[in-house]
Design a protein around this ligand. Structure first.
Ligand code: PLP
Length: 395
């Protein structure tokens, strides 16, 4: 019932907020906004437009000077945080950033290589999605799942046969770095581009705890601003190359998007300032928290892939073989955890970004809660007590 200022959806939002504030969030694709980034997102900017018309040299909308200042400052901050020559902060998601980048770097009929879905790659690169939509071809990068490594020799051989225009790196299930010097060598030997989709690891790249050489060695680094990064949902493109970034900028407005959502951009700007202040400490803590949690879980009955190192990122990947022995799969495991207010995805990933951002440094306790829940003990009360004890160290 809608009564006074209360509405049906408003009530559901309140309900969602109070529910999720009592849950332990271990979702690899998610993070949490600081109060000031959150406030910017719901500010008066959220219904505004700003669009700089290159034809007339004027903004098509009145009252938008401050919005453009926010955009320019956010770009400047992004360049600083990622040590990039250029940053484009308008894409409304990483998918849009990918779309604009592929449009800017490839011609119809060209081929790019990417890491396939069975190896943790992003489904959008599969032939039936972005490639078919953009009249491109995609082929898989040879990859050894067990060691989580690209087969560089095989890639070298394959590229001489397939002659792709670009090698697109990056995974959605992402635990190990690439040898970018080797990739660069292969790419340069055949004039190929290196595009690094860092969607998942953007916060770790910013904090220099993972793939420190991404911006320096790839032609383009792009990704989401809300996974391991501190921002609201959105995308970003970074490049040291003037020619590429200029084309990407031209492939945004009226091609892959229109409004860039000024409130999102302001919120991202605040997140970039937070990353400039806390990024290094945060990213190092995320990686160390993953290692601690991986070890604890694996030693206490929940199999985690790739012992003894487990992960160099914010993600742990569940050993589905070990789950099967318990009569579980990644979906039933996630549902069992959810009953205990432990939230993780149904693809078999455990993420440590959000708890780390909230200052958690006791990953063994987090592991203990998961193991108890796995043994069918109801820990929902302990989980919500634990969550309310977390602070906000990295705002
Ligand atoms: C999540 C993800 C995307 C899409 O990101 P959005 O910001 O949701 O559009 C693209 N690529 C990879 C590798 C991802 O993990």
């Amino acid at each position: 019932m809608v009564q006074g200022s209360s509405t049906l959806i408003g009530d559901l939002v309140d309900k969602f907020n109070s529910y999720r504030s009592t849950c332990l969030s271990l979702q690899a694709s998610e993070n949490v906004l600081s109060p000031s980034a959150s406030e910017a997102l719901s500010s008066r900017l959220s219904t505004r437009y700003s669009h700089f018309d290159t034809g007339t040299g004027e903004n098509s909308y009145g009252g938008s000077d401050i919005i453009e200042e926010i955009r320019e400052e956010s770009e400047r901050l992004a360049c600083e945080v990622f040590r990039a020559r250029h940053a484009e902060v308008r894409p409304i998601g990483a998918h849009v950033a990918v779309e604009a980048t592929l449009l800017s770097t490839m011609e119809k009929g060209d081929t790019f290589m990417y890491i396939g879905g069975k190896n943790g790659g992003y489904p959008g690169y599969q032939q039936e999605y972005l490639p078919d939509m953009l009249s491109l071809h995609s082929a898989e990068i040879p990859y050894h799942y067990e060691s989580q490594e690209i087969d560089y020799d095989e890639l070298d051989a394959l590229t001489s046969r397939i002659k792709p225009k670009a090698i697109v790196l990056g995974q959605s299930a992402f635990v190990n770095e690439y040898d970018l010097s080797r990739i660069r060598e292969i790419a340069d030997s055949r004039s190929m581009l290196v595009i690094y989709d860092a969607s998942h690891v953007m916060g770790l790249v910013a904090g220099r705890a993972f793939q420190k050489d991404a911006v320096e060695k790839a032609d383009v680094v792009l990704g989401s601003t809300h996974k391991s990064f501190f921002g609201p949902q959105g995308g970003i493109v970074l490049s040291n190359r003037d020619d590429i970034i200029n084309k990407v900028r031209k492939n945004l407005t009226w091609k892959t998007m229109d409004n860039y959502h000024p409130s999102r951009l302001a919120s991202l700007g605040i997140a970039l300032e937070e990353m400039a202040r806390h990024g290094k400490k945060y990213a190092a803590a995320v990686v160390s928290n993953s290692a601690t949690l991986g070890k604890y879980l694996n030693e206490n009955g929940l199999g985690i892939r790739f012992p003894p190192w487990f992960s160099k990122t914010h993600q742990l990947l569940l050993d589905t073989g070990a789950l099967r022995i318990r009569g579980l799969n990644t979906i039933s495991f996630s549902k069992l955890m959810e009953k205990n207010r432990i939230i993780l995805d149904r693809d078999g990933r455990i993420g440590t970004s959000e708890v780390t951002r909230q200052g958690c440094d006791d990953m063994e306790y987090v592991g203990e809660l998961i193991i108890k829940a796995l043994g069918n003990h109801d820990v929902s009360r302990e989980v919500s007590d634990f969550v309310s004890s977390l602070n906000t160290e990295y705002w």
